[in-house]
Design a protein around this ligand. Structure first.
Ligand SMILES: Cc1cc2nc3c(=O)[nH]c(=O)nc-3n(C[C@H](O)[C@H](O)[C@H](O)COP(=O)(O)OP(=O)(O)OC[C@H]3O[C@@H](n4cnc5c(N)ncnc54)[C@H](O)[C@@H]3O)c2cc1C
Length: 298
C-alpha cells in the first residue's frame, strides 16, 4: 500500500530542496506576528520586525494557526478525550513490512514498520491514562506496552524518545479569504487513526499549486477570492470526508459494545473477501483514489 517515512528523514530532504531553490527565502526561527490582506496585496510582519509583501499569503502553521484566527476564520471540532503515545521500538523478529493496528476500547494501537527490525508505535489512551503512562520509567512503560500487542515480534526495547500528543478534530470553517489560504493542519487537523494528516496537507499543496498555475496562465489574479474558492471547493469535500471517516472509525473501533464489535468484524471480513473493494480502499489511502488528481500528484 505504501511506505512509512520517518519525519526525521523527510525534513532534511525538504530542507535541502528549499535551500537549493533561489526563489524561496527561509527564516527558521522567525514567527509571523501580524498580517494584513487588502485588495492589492498580502503583508506580514515578523516578530523580528521585518515586513514582507506578496500577492497571496498561505498559512501552514498547524491547527493552532494564529494567522487563521486573526483572519476571523472559525474552527469546528472536538477533543477526542484521547492522547497518542508515540515511540519507536526495536524488536527481535522481522515485521515483514507489515503494519498492524489493534483496536481497543481506549483507542487504537498501531505498529508501523520502519527500517530493519524497528517499528513506530502510535498508541492511544485516555488523556489521564496517557499522562500516567508518560510518568513511568522506560522499563515500566514497556511493561505496559508489551501485553497490548503480545510477543509476535519477540522481545522489544525502546529505540529513541517517547512522545505524547493530545488528539482532537479541528476543521477550519473557511480555507480561504481574499489573498489568503490555509493548507495542512491549519485547514484540517484529523485523528491519526488512518495516518492521513500529512498526506492530506500535501494534497492541499498540490491542489493549490494546480489552481494558482491555471489562474496565472489565464491571466487571473491569483489572490482573488473566486480563484481561491476553486481550491477550497476542491479540497473541502475530500477533507470533510476524511474527517468523517477517521472520526467514525475511531468511534466504531474504540468501543467494546458487542454488537458494534460483531458489525465491524463482519464489515472488515466482507471487505477482505472483495479484492476490488479492498484495492479501491488501498488506492484511496495512498492518495490515488480521486480521478481529478492535481498536476503535482499525477
Ligand atoms: C500521533 C500522530 C501520528 C500521525 N501519523 C501520521 C501518519 O502516519 N501519516 C500522516 O500523513 N500524518 C500523520 N499525522 C498527522 C501529521 O503529523 C500532521 O498532519 C502534520 O504534521 C501537519 O503538518 P503541518 O505542516 O500542516 O502542521 P504542523 O506539523 O503543526 O507544523 C506547523 C509549523 O508551523 C509553525 N508555526 C506555527 N505558528 C507559526 C507562526 N506564527 N510563524 C511561523 N511559524 C509558525 C510551527 O512551529 C510548526 O513547525 C500524525 C499525527 C499525530 C498526532
Amino acid at each position: 500500500m505504501g511506505c512509512m517515512v520517518q519525519d526525521r528523514y523527510l525534513r532534511p530532504v525538504l530542507q535541502a530542496a528549499v535551500d537549493k531553490n533561489d526563489h524561496i527565502d527561509y527564516f527558521p526561527n522567525i514567527k509571523i506576528q501580524s498580517h494584513q490582506c487588502t485588495a492589492e496585496c498580502a503583508n506580514v510582519t515578523t516578530d523580528a520586525g521585518q515586513d514582507y509583501t506578496g500577492k497571496l499569503l498561505i498559512a501552514a502553521e498547524g491547527r493552532q494557526s494564529a494567522t487563521a484566527t486573526r483572519a476571523g476564520i472559525r474552527r469546528k471540532g472536538w477533543d477526542y478525550g484521547q492522547s497518542a503515545l508515540v515511540c519507536a521500538i526495536e524488536h527481535e523478529n522481522p515485521h515483514n513490512a507489515t503494519a498492524y493496528q489493534y483496536f481497543m476500547p481506549q483507542g487504537p494501537l498501531a505498529i508501523l514498520p520502519l527500517t530493519n527490525n524497528r517499528s513506530s508505535i502510535v498508541w492511544s489512551e485516555t488523556h489521564e491514562r496517557a499522562n500516567d503512562i508518560m510518568q513511568l520509567d522506560d522499563a515500566a512503560y514497556l511493561s505496559v506496552l508489551r501485553p497490548r500487542f503480545g510477543d509476535f515480534l519477540g522481545d522489544i526495547k525502546l529505540a529513541g524518545k517517547r512522545y505524547k500528543y493530545p488528539l482532537s478534530l479541528s476543521i477550519a470553517e473557511e480555507f480561504v479569504k481574499p489573498r489568503f489560504a490555509l493548507i495542512g493542519d491549519a485547514a484540517h487537523g484529523i485523528h491519526p487513526i488512518a495516518g492521513q494528516g500529512l498526506n492530506a496537507g500535501l494534497k492541499d499543496i498540490a491542489a493549490l499549486c494546480h489552481v494558482l498555475q491555471d489562474a496565472h496562465h489565464r491571466g487571473e489574479n491569483i489572490g482573488a477570492i473566486d480563484v481561491l474558492e476553486r481550491y477550497q471547493e476542491w479540497r473541502r469535500f475530500d477533507v470533510n470526508l476524511l474527517a468523517l471517516a477517521t472520526d467514525g472509525f475511531n468511534k466504531l473501533f474504540s468501543n467494546s459494545n458487542a454488537l458494534l464489535r460483531a458489525g465491524r468484524a463482519l464489515g472488515l471480513g466482507i471487505v477482505n473477501q472483495m479484492p476490488k473493494m479492498r484495492r479501491s480502499f488501498i488506492r484511496e489511502a495512498a492518495g490515488l483514489g480521486t480521478k481529478d488528481l492535481p498536476y503535482l500528484m499525477r
